[in-house]
Design a protein around this ligand. Structure first.
Ligand code: GLN
Length: 446
């Protein structure tokens, strides 16, 4: 009730929720009380969480931030939200996001932009901007997000919270509205690394309904939170600390790394020579996969349908033209072009080859260090409206996050102070399945 009251009081302005499931939340809270009384509670029982509005939630609207799905009531439950339900967590509602998770500022939502609770003239980051803002403003104890190219880490960084993008395949994608299937991964957004560990304990694990979900042992992520950092080797990629990085952001990142040295870690310069190629590679691969995934929204099977279509072609064309926003259409066009006969080899295949080089760069760097640290974004949160007319500038701001998705690695953002009066997070990148170590490192800092 206390969280619902806060949502009523503050969210009219922040706009972090698309749907608030008040009745359901109170019902689930009562059920959680009963579980506790019966001694059947776990760490998530009764914890009020919010879910990004791209997880299908049975009987509850799942809009993906789009007019296309504004009327879509999911007929089934995603694996992730189902696991929270089974653990007795309380769902407060569904959070705002960039349409179909395409964006870095949450300005591409059909439901309007989300404001950054630290400074309401700033973006919260995207695409999981609603989840980040809700957790930051104490409108939820924790939230789920998804990260295809930074959408958990970057908004966590901009809103001063903790966000973990797990290894690709660690968490099931079943029931998540697909954006770029070879990159999409769900993770926790919380106030601390400890909370993220508790949420990941619930989220992680094998699922036969997602063919890319890996059957790999799930440790208790809370067990190693207090392990010593003595002897840890931190790699600093020289390509990350260059002219494009805001000097105040750089200062906060370097201060954070100094704190780790005090805790016994060693720092070493490493190189990721193909780092800057992550932008062209990602912005071919992600739109290509999106153009294919989004073909299902045809006005027949899902969501929005135009008024009075005169024939089938008119139905397809008008439903898609009216249902999708500008950025989604831009990506569908780019992706369709990159996949078309005659261009496939020049763009899509080339991008996949670059993807392999980027992955190999990380694997080589990890021969010299245990984890890699750096910024999540070149600047702290920018002003709402300041970049919305320049999609390429927005794409360029994803420089530090995209390569982690292309390589399938886990990445954690933890709060690391303020730059230009807005929060900034430190990004910690790990080796495949090294989430426990990332959370241990994040926890020791907080
Ligand atoms: N900014 C990236 C994009 O627009 C990230 C999206 C994401 O991680 N969902 O594609």
């Amino acid at each position: 009730q206390s969280y619902l009251d806060r949502i009523k009081q503050y969210d009219g302005d922040i706009n972090s929720f698309i749907t608030v499931t008040e009745e359901l939340a109170l019902k689930q809270a009562k059920a959680a009380d009963a579980l506790r009384t019966a001694g059947n509670a776990n760490a998530m029982t009764g914890i009020p969480v919010a879910h990004k509005d791209l997880f299908c939630t049975e009987g509850v609207k799942t809009s993906c931030g789009s007019k296309m799905l504004d009327n879509f009531i999911a007929p089934y439950e995603s694996t992730v939200t189902g696991k929270f339900k089974d653990a007795g967590a309380v769902m407060l509602g569904k959070t705002n996001m960039d349409e179909f998770a395409m964006g870095s500022s949450n300005e591409n939502s059909h439901y309007g932009p989300v404001k950054n609770p630290w400074d309401k003239s700033a973006i919260p980051g995207g695409s999981s901007g609603g989840s980040a803002a809700a957790v930051s403003a104490l409108l939820a104890a924790g939230a789920t997000g998804t990260d295809t190219g930074g959408s958990i880490r970057q908004p966590a960084s901009h809103c001063g919270i903790t966000g973990l993008k797990p290894t690709y395949g660690r968490v099931s994608r079943y029931g998540m509205v697909a954006y770029a299937s070879s990159l999409d991964q769900a993770g926790p957004m919380t106030r601390s690394a400890e909370d993220a560990a508790i949420m990941l304990n619930t989220m992680a694990g094998f699922d036969t309904r997602d063919s890319t979900c890996l059957n790999h042992e799930v440790p208790d992520y809370t067990a190693s939170l207090n392990d010593s950092l003595e002897g840890l080797t931190i790699g600093l990629p020289k390509e990350y600390f260059t002219a494009g990085l805001d000097s105040e952001v750089e200062q906060q990142i370097r201060n954070a790394i100094t704190e780790y040295e005090k805790l016994g870690a060693k720092v070493k310069e490493v190189s990721l020579p193909n780092a800057e190629l992550c932008i062209p590679a990602y912005y071919v691969i992600a739109p290509a996969e999106a153009s294919s995934n989004l073909s299902r929204f045809d006005g027949v099977r899902f969501g929005y349908r135009c008024e009075d279509p005169k024939d089938l072609m008119d139905l397809y064309i008008r439903s898609r033209s009216e249902g999708f926003g500008e950025e989604v259409k831009r990506r569908i066009i780019v992706g369709t072009y990159a996949l078309s006969a005659g261009y496939y080899d020049a763009y899509y295949r080339k991008a996949q080859q670059i993807r392999r080089l980027i992955r190999d760069d990380f694997l080589n760097a990890f021969k010299e260090c245990d984890v890699i640290m750096g910024p999540n974004a070149p600047t702290s949160a920018f002003d709402i409206g300041s970049m919305s007319n320049d999609p390429v500038a927005m794409y360029l701001s994803d420089i530090y996050t995209l390569s982690v998705n292309l390589a399938g690695l886990p990445g954690l953002s933890v709060p690391a102070g303020m730059a230009n009066n807005r929060p900034v997070g430190l990004q910690i990148i790990g080796q495949h399945f090294d989430e426990a170590r990332l959370l241990n490192i994040g926890h020791r800092f907080q």
